[in-house]
Write a protein that binds this ligand. Structure first.
Ligand code: BJW
Length: 247
């Protein structure tokens, strides 16, 4: 690790972390844009992750999300998630912002997670966005997707943010504030291509934060970053925690 980073890290009092799909890659969850294994290598993003795609073919979209839910249920958080849960207790001001919908940060023990793109485990009505109880979904599981109890033309859909949909205003505002007020922003496992999440690192840098990018590839975030740690998040994040816990 860069000696300057190693020396500075213990003095940092305020860290905001932005995570993306790469953080769950070592849990066996595919990323979106990996050329070989990513979801978008096999599927058109607009067909599966947009309101228009759902309207056109709700069954295919529902089945894709059910497949992902089952994959998540069979897998577990990895050392990257665990390290971030530990980091929460080691820094005075700590905010974890994630684009991931898998809930692995919470499973690993992170207490406060800002989920920018929602959570795949919940279902909402496609017409009213009201939450649909799990019991209703399992009682209507022979329908793909189940109908909504809230609207005659509504269908159940995952409570995630699709392309063209607005992010939760309060969650996004809190994430912006955390980006604008931190001393260090750690960006791990994201391609930095999807807005508005991708604007958080630049906002942090503009407000004087230093940026640390953790990714086996280089991209727009590494170009902006003060440090790029080249490799998997599950390797580097535990090492960062070691810097704070090992004298
Ligand atoms: C590893 C690793 C390892 C691998 N360790 N790293 C401004 C400019 C241009 C476009 C727009 C703009 N503003 C809005 C847009 C449109 C659009 C957008 O950004 N499009 C771009 C793609 C061009 N944005 C939106 O539509 C957003 N909505 C919006 O802005 O609404 C405005 C509005 C306002 C008011 C009213 C109405 C509307 C919504 C975006 C929603 C994104 N949704 C998805 C699906 C979520 C649900 C689901 O999971 O199914 O979110 S798309 C997908 O991309 C998912 C992810 O969260 C997101 C980001 O992907 P991520 O996490 O970066 O993954 P990858 O695969 O891209 O990268 C993985 C990285 O990991 C790689 O770098 C690897 O190298 C690395 N890696 N292994 C560490 N072991």
């Amino acid at each position: 690790m860069n000696p300057e980073l190693r020396e500075w890290l213990p003095q940092v009092r305020s860290i905001t972390v932005l995570t993306g799909a790469g953080v769950s890659a070592e849990s066996g969850i595919p990323t979106f844009r990996d050329a070989q294994t990513g979801h978008w290598a096999q599927h058109d993003p607009m067909a599966l992750a947009s309101p228009e795609g759902f309207e056109q073919d709700p069954r295919t979209v529902w089945r894709w999300y059910q497949w992902r839910r089952e994959l998540i249920a069979r897998n577990h958080p990895n050392p990257a998630h665990t390290a971030l849960a530990e980091l929460e207790n080691l820094v005075e001001h700590f905010t974890l912002v994630t684009q991931n919908v898998d809930g692995f940060h919470q499973l690993a023990g992170s207490n406060r997670v800002l989920e920018l793109h929602g959570n795949i485990q919940r279902n909402i009505c496609s017409q009213t966005r009201q939450t649909i109880a799990d019991r209703w979904i399992s009682d209507h599981r022979d329908h793909e997707p189940p109908p909504s109890p809230h609207h005659p033309r509504g269908l159940a859909r995952p409570d995630v943010v699709w392309f063209g949909e607005a992010l939760d205003t309060a969650v996004l505002q809190t994430a912006f504030e955390a980006a604008a007020s931190c001393e260090l922003m750690i960006v791990a496992g994201t391609s930095g291509t999807v807005q508005p999440a991708a604007s958080l690192p630049a906002m942090a840098a503009e407000n004087g934060a230093r940026l640390l990018d953790i990714n086996p590839e280089t991209g727009p975030i590494s170009a902006l970053a003060d440090w790029h740690l080249d490799g998997p998040a599950a390797t580097w994040l535990p090492r960062l925690v070691d810097c704070l816990t090992t004298p």
